[in-house]
Design a protein around this ligand. Structure first.
Ligand code: SF4
Ligand code: SF4
Length: 303
């Protein structure tokens, strides 16, 4: 348990705001124990295999989703720029707005202040081991996360909660350095080993990702590395020797989690790709475990 007095002198900006696309009040797959998971809108990757493509872009208030909304949950506000506003109470979560959005975005966004999110967290805190900020790419809203984690660490009734980030690893060393004092752990995706493959798959090079993994491990803040296995499309199998040698340089307490590519939520060309079967995953896992000399976590469900 954290000593909240250690953080009580930190100034906290309760009014800092974040754009939240979804909150799960209970998850046991987004870090250790029972976790409150806050999904932030916006991502700097454009992964071909994204399972939540509507979390990538921010709404530009074009209004294309307002008229088709069957319940009147979407309207224009009366500001000069006519922004689209969402009424959660009227929404039936049919996702028609998401399906037709030309910007791969989502009008169902709630702006939270740190103060409001802390009050929400307090209501669920007795049942939680911690909070995880996910996305989109969580770290694009780093100032909001820093203030939220600071507030958790300085509040005695929340001092049993650990603060985790689920990230694509693109944050700079300077960014990680700012959040490290308030961060307990991070889960990082390593989607491809070769730079060219990574660039093709997500639209960005992987140097930052590897640097983030190394930096977090050095500071004992790396909880998990996730490998997305897409048979015949990415290089995890053909580069298994190099990947294994790299993963062996990380401390053994760090979880290596394998994710199997599936079609759920995917749009575009990757829908034509083969899903990763249980047999394919078991073959990949066996080769990796032999080289690593330790166990990894593999999926229990294939859809
Ligand atoms: S969510 Fe998409 S369709 Fe709706 S207003 Fe925003 S950009 Fe337009
Ligand atoms: S999911 Fe979108 S389209 Fe459906 S009711 Fe809610 S706001 Fe309207």
């Amino acid at each position: 348990m954290v000593n909240a007095d250690l953080f009580s002198g930190d100034n906290i900006n309760d009014n800092k705001t974040g754009l939240v696309s979804k909150i799960l009040t209970f998850s046991c797959v987004d870090g250790p124990g029972n976790r409150l998971v806050i999904f932030l809108q916006g991502c700097n990757y454009d992964c071909i295999t994204c399972h939540n493509p509507h979390t990538i872009n921010h709404c530009d208030h074009c209004g294309d989703c307002v008229e088709p909304c069957p319940t009147g949950a979407l309207t224009f506000d009366d500001s000069p720029n006519k922004k689209v506003i969402w009424d959660e109470a009227l929404c039936t979560q049919c996702d028609k707005c998401i399906d037709l959005c030309p910007s791969k975005s989502n009008p169902k966004i709630t702006t939270y202040t740190v103060g409001k999110l802390i009050e929400f967290t307090k209501k669920h805190a007795p049942f939680l081991s911690g909070v995880t900020i996910s996305g989109g790419e969580a770290t694009l809203q780093l100032p909001f996360i820093i203030e939220y984690f600071k507030a958790i660490k300085s509040e005695k009734s929340l001092s049993h909660l650990t603060c985790f980030i689920d990230s694509n690893g693109s944050l700079s060393e300077q960014g990680w350095t700012k959040i490290l004092p308030y961060l307990d752990g991070a889960m990082i995706d390593l989607k491809a080993w070769q730079n060219d493959t990574h660039l093709w798959l997500v639209g960005r090079e992987n140097h930052r990702v590897l640097h983030s993994i190394n930096l977090l491990a050095k500071h004992d803040k790396l909880h998990e590395v996730r490998l997305l296995y897409i048979p015949n499309k990415t290089d995890l199998l053909c580069e298994i020797d190099a990947i294994s040698e790299y993963l062996k340089t990380l401390p053994e307490y760090i979880t290596i989690r394998l994710n199997a590519f599936q079609h759920h939520g995917v749009i575009g060309e990757a829908l034509g790709w083969d899903k990763c079967s249980k047999v394919q995953m078991e073959e990949f896992e066996a080769k990796l475990v032999t080289r690593l000399g330790r166990s990894v976590i593999s999926p229990s469900i294939y859809t």
